[in-house]
Design a protein around this ligand. Structure first.
Ligand code: M6P
Ligand code: ZN
Length: 184
């Protein structure tokens, strides 16, 4: 079968999803108030700047137990002050729900944070697979000069809890120091 006839298509070299039940959301700087630490640098930037986009195959209704959702996140290169562009990051509303991420393009860091605030990190490359256990917040950071594309698959009843992250942030940041990324 010709690929163009598939109901849903994935370009495995870029992560791009097209076809039925594919939706896209865009996160601009104006949607990320309180996420970056340097408020003055944040305010000096164009609020329309796109920080990341998410394409999602949402065949399953959100909240359905036993289903799965699938997506690709594209985090653009850039920084707010010394802090690299990154996703909001979230715990799952149903805390025990897990997720897979995998690197498709670009160079990034995946931060994991436990409920007690311990942070660990894994390097994201176009070959890396990452298992995110339940009870663990997760955030992607683009430390490269090109777009960071990362695939994801998670349970449709996981939900997103952003409130906790907005309140206390991640206890480690990924900043540029002397031209190189530092997790501190
Ligand atoms: C991945 C998945 C999605 C998530 C998206 C952006 O595609 O984990 O569930 O929404 O990344 O991350 P965030 O929701 O933290 O902004
Ligand atoms: Zn998640």
């Amino acid at each position: 079968m010709e690929c163009s006839k598939a109901k849903v298509q994935i370009d495995t070299s870029t992560g791009k999803l097209t076809g039925e039940d594919v939706s896209k959301s865009t996160r601009q700087l104006k949607h990320l108030q309180g996420i970056f630490e340097d408020q003055a640098a944040y305010e000096a930037m164009n609020p329309e700047t796109i920080v990341y986009e998410v394409e999602m195959h949402d065949k399953e209704t959100l909240g359905t137990e036993g289903g799965l959702l699938f997506g690709t996140s594209y985090i653009y290169p850039g920084k707010v002050g010394k802090e690299y562009f990154m996703t909001k990051g979230h715990f799952h509303q149903k805390r025990n729900r897990a997720e897979y991420y995998w690197g498709i393009q670009g160079h990034g860091v995946l931060l994991f944070m436990s409920e007690t605030g311990e942070v660990t990190a894994e390097e994201v490359l176009p070959c890396s697979l990452h298992y995110i256990q339940g009870y663990t917040a997760h955030r992607l950071v683009n430390i490269g000069e090109d777009v960071l594309a990362v695939g994801a698959c998670w349970p449709s009843d996981a939900g997103h809890d952003y409130a906790d992250i907005l309140e206390r942030g991640f206890s480690k940041k990924v900043r540029e120091r002397n031209g190189v990324p530092f997790i501190e």
